[in-house]
Every structure is written in structure tokens, then in C-alpha cells.
Design a protein around this ligand. Structure first.
Ligand SMILES: NC(=O)c1ccc[n+]([C@@H]2O[C@H](COP(=O)([O-])OP(=O)(O)OC[C@H]3O[C@@H](n4cnc5c(N)ncnc54)[C@H](O)[C@@H]3O)[C@@H](O)[C@H]2O)c1
Length: 322
């Protein structure tokens, strides 16, 4: 298929482009390179455009016979979304509306959306299943929730078919070492520890050791970015075959505390982490853990990288080179 990938020069978008290309799809990357990198573009045609501009989106659709859209482009810092919510509603919500409006105009009806575990808010039960109530507790999660709701309405009213993929914590790097995670600032756990070990930071700060968990640190569900990318390829294939909209978790059903991740990093790298404990961050919940049953049954998704050490190994290989 001819697929438009917004944010295809970013971390998860670039890994997905790589997997889509392997399956023979034709790729148009649409990215404003605000956090995307040229080094992460691993093929396809690149349009330097901004989703805040309807004109730029329209031009992309006019110039290519696009059949489906994968929408990764967004701002991703939960903390910043508290202090500057307007920026998040403009960049994540309005941009998505612009994109959907143009898709409808051009009669394109397949959409894969990068949603997030942040749509659930404070879990009432663990693991999180897709029918768990959605009650986001930060503006970033609210933008994802709002887009999901808009998609439901657009399906009912206009027949737009979508898959909302609710990612848990994406981590690791392309096993070939070609692409990897390059966020700036880096707020994600595994790369933050690795950057510390590479001498970029004196210590590694743990946000909160008074959570109601066995070791007091927050538990999260880590999923290898290549497994995540492959789930997008499956979602696209399944969506176009079944013509049925879905919301699906992408996680591993297994949780690790921050201290367990630190231990695993020390094991993989053979280096000692200089830990510093700080207060909890606003909006951090004790445990986030996905049920991945629906991804397995509906998508037929099987993870290749099931061990945390494997995820860390690929990330460590990448970070040492870049
Ligand atoms: N990284 C995670 O663990 C995680 C977890 C849950 C959900 N997500 C979602 O996955 C998606 C991708 O995340 P990522 O970690 O790859 O982020 P990223 O910052 O690496 O990639 C985002 C890409 O979007 C582009 N972009 C941003 N605003 C744009 C705009 N207005 N117009 C055009 N391009 C724009 C950036 O330049 C970048 O290439 C995001 O929607 C994010 O919310 C990520």
C-alpha cells in the first residue's frame, strides 16, 4: 500500500517505516523534524511539512495517491504538558484534526493512531485491558484520549476505519543498529540510565521510592520498539482486511520496577549506576501494566524480544555508537 507516515523521522515512526518497507509498502514520511532526525530516515520519500498547516498536509495528499495513514507525530513529554497544556492541545489535538479533515476530503479511510497507556489514568485493575475506563490524568494523555473519541465519531459518521494502538513503554533499538532512540531532552528510563553510564550525566535520578510496590519504585511495562513497529504492520494488514476499528494495547504483560531495570542495565553493561533518589513526578502512578491478549488474538502479534535484557542490549549497542 502507499502509506503516509507522520512522524516517520522519530523514534517509533522510523522503526515502523523500516518494517513497512520490508513488507513492500510504499512510504511517504511527513515530518517537521522538530524532534525527528535525518539519520533515522531509513527509506521512503520525505516531505518536510508541519501538521499545523492544512495547506502542507493537503499538498502531500494531492501529490501522492495515499491509501492509509499512520500517525505518530506528536509532542511526548508528559511533564511539559502539565506546564504548557496549550502547546499539547495545539500540537497533538489540532494537528490530528487537520490530518483527519484532509483524509476525509481525499476519501482515505484507513488510520493507525499512536495512542498511549496514558489514556487509562490511574488503573482500577491490573493488567489493563482495553475496556478499562479511560480517565487520563495529564494533558498529554488527554490529547490521546480526545483523538480516540474523535475517531469513534468519525467511524460512525464517515466510515473512517482506525486502529488506536495504546503503547506502554517503548524501549530498545533496531537490532541491526541502524536506528534507535534519540530524544532531546531524554525523559525515558532506559536511555536516561545509558546516557548516565556514557558520562552524559553524573548520576541517574529515580523519581520516587515511596510507591506502594515491593521496592518502592514505579513499575512499568517495557516493549521493544521493533516488536511495536511490527504490530503496526499487522494492524494495517488486519484493518484493511477486516474493515473494523479497534483500540489495542501494545505491552508485554510483564512489569519491572525502576530498580529492577537499573539492575538489568548494570548486568548488560557491566557498569555501576550512580543512583540518586528524588521525589515522585506529578501524575506518576505506581504500576502500569498491559494485558496484551487482544494484540495477540486480533493482530496475531507475537513479541520477538521478550526479555528485558534483550531490549537493553539493543539500546546499549545503539547508544554506544551515537
Ligand atoms: N516513546 C514512547 O514510549 C511512547 C509511548 C506511548 C505513546 N507514544 C506515542 O508514539 C508517537 C511517537 O513517539 P516517539 O517516541 O517516536 O516520539 P518522537 O519525538 O521521536 O517522534 C515524533 C515525530 O513527530 C514529528 N512531529 C512532531 N510534531 C509534528 C508536526 N506538527 N508536524 C509534523 N511532524 C511532527 C517529530 O519531528 C518526530 O519525528 C507519539 O505520538 C507518542 O505520543 C510514544
Amino acid at each position: 500500500m502507499k502509506v503516509l507516515v507522520t512522524g516517520g523521522a522519530g523514534y517509533i515512526g522510523s522503526h515502523t517505516v523500516k518494517e513497512l518497507l520490508k513488507k513492500g509498502h510504499e512510504i511517504i514520511i511527513f515530518d517537521n523534524f522538530s524532534s525527528g532526525r535525518k539519520e533515522l530516515v531509513c527509506g521512503g520519500e520525505v516531505i518536510h511539512g508541519d501538521l499545523r498547516s492544512k495547506e502542507e498536509i493537503k499538498a502531500a495528499f494531492e501529490n501522492h495517491k495515499i491509501e492509509a495513514v499512520l500517525h505518530f507525530a506528536a509532542l511526548i513529554q508528559v511533564g511539559e504538558s502539565y506546564t504548557n497544556p496549550q502547546k499539547y492541545y495545539l500540537h497533538n489535538l489540532i494537528t490530528s484534526l487537520n490530518l483527519l479533515e484532509t483524509m476525509l476530503k481525499f476519501g482515505i479511510k484507513y488510520f493507525i493512531f499512536s495512542s498511549s497507556a496514558a489514556v487509562y489514568g490511574i488503573p482500577q485493575r491490573i493488567p489493563l485491558e482495553e475496556d478499562h475506563p479511560l480517565n487520563p490524568i495529564n494533558p498529554y494523555g488527554t490529547t490521546k484520549f480526545m483523538v480516540e473519541r474523535i475517531l469513534q465519531d468519525y467511524d460512525r459518521a464517515y466510515g473512517l476505519k482506525y486502529v488506536s494502538l495504546r503503547y506502554f513503554n517503548a524501549a530498545g533499538a533496531d537490532p541491526d543498529g541502524q536506528i534507535g532512540e534519540m530524544h532531546d531532552p531524554e525523559t525515558h528510563l532506559i536511555p536516561s540510565i545509558l546516557l548516565h553510564l556514557l558520562g552524559k550525566k553524573d548520576n541517574f535520578q529515580v523519581f520516587g521510592n515511596d510507591f506502594p510496590t515491593p521496592d518502592g519504585t514505579a513499575i512499568r511495562d517495557y516493549i521493544h520498539v521493533t516488536d511495536l513497529a511490527r504490530a503496526h504492520v499487522l494492524a494495517l494488514e488486519r484493518l484493511t482486511a477486516e474493515n473494523q476499528s479497534q483500540a489495542i494495547n501494545l505491552g508485554s504483560s510483564r512489569g519491572y520496577s525502576v530498580l529492577e531495570v537499573v539492575k538489568a542495565v548494570e548486568k548488560v553493561t557491566g557498569k555501576k549506576v550512580n543512583l540518586k533518589f528524588g521525589p515522585r513526578r506529578q501524575g506518576d502512578v505506581p504500576v502500569l501494566l498491559a494485558s496484551s491478549q487482544k494484540a495477540e488474538s486480533w493482530l496475531g502479534w507475537q513479541r520477538e524480544f521478550s526479555e528485558l535484557e534483550e531490549i537493553i542490549e539493543t539500546a546499549w549497542k545503539w547508544h554506544q555508537k551515537h
